[in-house]
Design a protein around this ligand. Structure first.
Ligand code: ADP
Ligand code: MG
Length: 349
């Protein structure tokens, strides 16, 4: 398209947002190799090597966008950068095995600082029994960018996609939601206080739980193991990186279904709710739109319900409906409201 002075009409990225941009850039891609059994559109790509599949995913962490050096210890950043990738492998019901680290770093970082970053990455590699097998390093004009690729494996028959949810399946989440976002709110508040008065010591001791959820999240390897031992293969699964609402919409879109969830069933930790109230935010809003929880959202067939109903870390929050019914939240006050994705979108204004 051209305007009257013949200059091409350019589109601002912010008009599309992250998911719109990915669709625009990748919509015309056709997979050429038969072993590529899942390309773009899930938590990770899947490559079939004759029954055994490789599962591959990448996440970027950019200073000033995903983390603020004022309150992010480098060791924690390193740990988190590995964990968020492993979370996507578990979300496919896979077992992570290797990570590859891309590092772009500016001169403001010392060697010792980068050693701290690597100490954190290696701690995560140790905990999850993953090998750091390569990467690439470059300088950059400012800040720090980490681009980590994780590789995992699974039998083809065991892989769980976003697309398998069926009408009447039960929607479940692991752990509790919203705390990572509350941790971020605390850190941002302390940063402002510190800016106003650098002599102030940060008052963080009351917020250990939410801070840990923000700075040092874990991937739910344990949930994958519990489900396997219980003989339950979820019908669909996704990890919660952008907030529960956004992930439910992804799951439903990919599965061609709708969903109804119940506010009173959303797992919320008391310590998160306390912090949310302090910031005058509804804890449910934190759970729905906060993001960075790295819990698993999955669906199971009703026949499997008895096998998981006593697992403390797994919470049924609703059920899958026809696509015509859309995605809805039944609130504690008895209203039915449409779920909207207001989660983290790095590219929207
Ligand atoms: P997640 O939140 O699980 O990391 P994303 O929302 O980042 O997943 O990505 C959704 C899908 O889009 C994935 O299949 C991912 O590989 C793909 N994707 C994201 N960014 C790009 C890109 N720049 N080019 C090609 N594919 C991309
Ligand atoms: Mg994911």
């Amino acid at each position: 398209m051209t305007t009257s002075d013949n200059k091409p009409k350019l589109t601002e990225i912010s008009t599309l947002g992250e998911f719109g941009l990915i669709d625009r850039l990748t919509g015309s891609i056709n997979v050429k190799n038969p072993e590529t059994i899942k390309g773009i559109g899930d938590d990770a790509a899947v490559v079939d090597h004759g029954g055994q599949c490789a599962i591959i995913t990448k996440d970027l962490l950019v200073e000033g966008v995903h983390f603020d050096m004022v309150y992010t210890p480098l060791r924690h950043l390193g740990y988190k950068s590995v964990v968020v990738n492993l979370s996507d492998i578990y979300a496919m019901n896979g077992q992570p095995g290797q990570v590859i680290v891309g590092l772009a770093v500016s001169a403001k970082y010392s060697v010792e600082a980068l050693e701290e970053l690597y100490a954190g990455m290696l701690l995560a590699c140790e905990k999850y029994q993953v090998d750091l097998v390569g990467g690439d390093t470059t300088s950059c004009p400012s800040g720090l960018t980490l681009s980590i690729t994780a590789i995992g494996k699974a039998e083809k028959k065991d892989i769980v996609y976003r697309s398998g949810a069926k009408h009447n399946d039960i929607l479940c989440v692991s752990g509790d939601l919203g705390a990572a976002y509350c941790g971020l709110l605390v850190l941002q508040r302390e940063k402002q206080t510190f800016k106003a008065n650098p002599d102030m010591q940060p008052g963080l001791h009351d917020y250990e739980f939410v801070l840990e959820r923000q700075l040092k999240p874990e991937a739910r390897k344990d949930i994958i193991e519990i489900l396997r031992k219980a003989g339950v293969k979820p019908t669909s699964m996704i990890d919660i990186s952008d907030g529960l609402a956004s992930e439910i919409l992804h799951l439903c879109k990919n599965s061609g279904v709708g969903a109804t969830i119940y506010e009173e069933k959303i797992p919320i930790d008391r310590r998160m709710a306390q912090t949310a109230h302090e910031f005058n935010i509804d804890p449910t809003t934190c759970a729905l739109s906060g993001g960075e929880d790295y819990e698993l959202l999955f669906t199971i067939s009703q026949k499997d319900y008895d096998k998981i109903k006593d697992v403390a870390e797994i919470h049924p929050i609703g059920h899958i409906t026809d696509s015509g019914q859309g995605e809805n939240l039944f609130t504690s006050s008895g209203q039915l409201v449409k779920l909207a994705a207001q989660g983290w979108d790095a590219l929207k204004k």
